[in-house]
Design a protein around this ligand. Structure first.
Ligand SMILES: [Zn+2]
Ligand SMILES: [Zn+2]
Length: 391
């Protein structure tokens, strides 16, 4: 067995302890004060130099020298009421680590320990980014970057990982190029004119207009897009009206726009706004459209992704590395990739004796802890390999 894998396995109980502590004490995006303090204490105990960034984030440095590789973990939890019945389940009502960021943090702490032990032989600097607020726009990554996470020292490359319920423990999935989509939030308010439902000619019915608008927008998404490039518009919330016999004044809708194509993304945002306003105007109603720009798409850098694939094959064997089928999920890791070569892989966490398990953002999400040393090994090995190969 590879000696890094061996080192990671030796640290399994500590990594599990870290993960369980963070799991038990989840904090919402940009409120990760206790989590930040815990990470700081753990780094302190390993004698690893670190500082606070973005209020609840941490940057830590191991090694020295100009060549620099960054490793990133996100640390925030979700507003979900946990239903796992684990002995270390969340002690905070309505907050849960349902996206595995507790595992990401614990695995990066495990990697930190492995790298610190080998600090003298590192051929450069490893920069660890413990990042807040992945789950909430504008995304902790954009704030980390704005506050200088990619300066002094400037990393040459960055890697991140995410636990993945659709692959078994001990498997890494990674793709070159498109990996996760851009994700924007959309809000509509349609103002009609209230009336007695028996006298529709005296009102302007925003519910009928909303129905037409939803169908129109789906056509727009289909016909404005190169069919070879994926794109999604989901209208996921619609509210209006209160009784069987009243035409309401107003309908509110919410939705999400996903894409891998930044050009189409810009174009279709303008079209959605214009078409919504025009269609409502045609019926004598008005429409306010608010678009909250979310994360850009994650495109894995070819060189970085290839490097990660080779590291993973070295650790887990040829069969342990498969191609990741891109998803229309959003991930603020995208912001790092706008500045330096970046790659993001998925770490299988499905127990071997199960064919499926509750997914990410599910109240019953329970990753197999046997995967944790694999993630710590992957993070530390890629840092050592990359610094050695890029002296
Ligand atoms: Zn998530
Ligand atoms: Zn996540």
């Amino acid at each position: 067995m590879n000696d890094i894998m061996q080192s990671a396995i030796e640290r399994t109980s500590q990594i599990i302890e870290d993960r369980r502590h963070i799991h038990r004490n989840p904090e919402l995006s940009f409120q990760e004060h206790e989590t930040c303090a815990y990470i700081s204490r753990r780094l302190e105990s390993m004698n690893i130099q670190h500082s606070i960034i973005a209020k609840t984030g941490i940057i830590a440095l191991i090694g020295s020298g100009e060549r620099c590789i960054a490793l990133r973990a996100d640390i925030d939890a979700l507003p979900i009421e946990e239903e796992t019945n684990l002995e270390f389940a969340s002690c905070k009502k309505g907050i849960m680590h349902a996206c595995g960021h507790d595992a990401h943090t614990a695995m990066l702490l495990g990697a930190a320990s492995i790298l610190k032990e080998r600090e003298q032989s590192l051929k450069g600097t490893v920069k660890l980014l413990f990042q807040p607020g992945e789950e909430k726009v504008p995304g902790g990554a954009s704030i980390m970057v704005a506050e200088g996470a990619l300066e002094n020292p400037k990393p040459d490359i960055i890697f991140g990982q995410h636990v993945y319920p659709d692959a078994p423990c001990g498997e890494v999935q990674i793709s070159i190029g498109p990996t996760m989509a851009s994700a924007d939030e959309l809000y509509w308010t349609i103002h009609g004119k209230g009336a007695h439902a028996a006298q529709p000619h005296q009102g302007i019915d925003p519910i009928l207009i909303a129905s037409e608008l939803i169908l129109h927008l789906q056509s727009l998404i289909t016909k404005s897009r190169n069919p070879l490039l994926p794109g999604v518009l989901g209208i996921t919330s619609i509210h209006g009206g209160s009784a069987t016999n009243i035409i309401p004044e107003m309908v509110e809708m919410k939705g999400t726009l996903r894409s891998f194509d930044p050009e189409w993304r810009e174009k279709v945002m303008i079209m959605i706004k214009e078409h919504s306003e025009q269609l409502c105007a045609m019926h004598g109603a008005t429409c306010e459209v608010t678009i909250l720009r979310g994360y850009p798409a994650v495109h894995n850098h070819e060189g970085a992704a290839t490097f990660a694939i080779n590291t993973a094959k070295g650790l887990f064997g040829e069969a342990g590395v498969t191609n990741f089928e891109p998803k229309m999920w959003g991930e603020d890791f995208a912001y790092y990739g706008q500045h330096i070569p970046a790659a993001f892989w998925m770490l299988g966490v499905r127990p071997h004796d199960q064919h499926s398990m509750p997914g990410l953002h599910n109240a019953k999400f329970t990753p197999d802890e046997q995967a944790l040393p694999y993630g710590a090994a992957m993070m530390s090995k890629i840092a050592i390999d990359w610094l050695e190969n890029n002296e």
